[in-house]
Design a protein around this ligand. Structure first.
Ligand SMILES: CC(C)(COP(=O)(O)OP(=O)(O)OC[C@H]1O[C@@H](n2cnc3c(N)ncnc32)[C@H](O)[C@@H]1OP(=O)(O)O)[C@@H](O)C(=O)NCCC(=O)NCCS
Length: 150
């Protein structure tokens, strides 16, 4: 669990260093990756980790929404390990846990150009935009969907 929390913290602070204020990042991480919350996510979701020399360097977290729909709730690879195919494998392995025909949805911060490119390269399409206030900060997200049959 500690290793997953470390990957989340390091990658979150690095990814959003220019777009989300540090205090907001810290509050989000304390909330979404608190031990209890993380334990629940690991128990109920399709939660995968990527290992390099026995160390966790990335993870993905897929949440079932209905019999036909799942959400990619998180996918994070340590900054130094990105762009080596690990994210692609975490994505494909997660998708393979669900029935053929499942629709996948996700939200991504609108300034996160690398992640937007990654998702689009894997067949996700933009389906909308969403603004959500959390910890007194307005998050601007792009909603994306991977439709069955892609
Ligand atoms: C998005 C992410 C999970 C992809 O994992 P990854 O292991 O870097 O992805 P892969 O190596 O399988 O694929 C790389 C592709 O993703 C994109 N990409 C994403 N992050 C990148 C980075 N830091 N450097 C280079 N390319 C990156 C590129 O489009 C690249 O495509 P290319 O190989 O055609 O150039 C990973 O980069 C990451 O953790 N980023 C920071 C956290 C984040 O934004 N998570 C998603 C939140 S919604």
């Amino acid at each position: 669990m500690g290793a997953i929390q470390r990957v989340a913290r390091t990658t979150w602070h690095h990814t959003y260093r220019y777009s989300i204020p540090e205090g907001v990042r810290a509050q989000f991480l304390d909330h979404a990756y608190a031990a209890d919350t993380l334990r629940r996510r690991i128990a109920s979701n399709v939660f995968l980790v990527a290992l390099q020399d026995g160390n966790i360097v990335g993870f993905s977290d897929f949440r079932t929404l209905s019999q036909t729909e799942a959400e990619l709730a998180a996918i994070y690879v340590l900054p130094g390990m990105q762009a080596r195919g690990i994210g692609g494998r975490l994505l494909a392995a997660g998708i393979s846990h669900f029935a053929t025909g499942t629709r996948f949805v996700l939200r991504v911060e609108r300034d996160n150009a690398l992640a937007l490119r990654f998702y689009e390269a894997h067949g996700f399409q933009r389906s909308g935009e969403l603004t959500e206030e959390l910890f007194g900060y307005e998050f601007h997200d792009v909603e994306m969907v991977l439709d069955p049959g892609f």
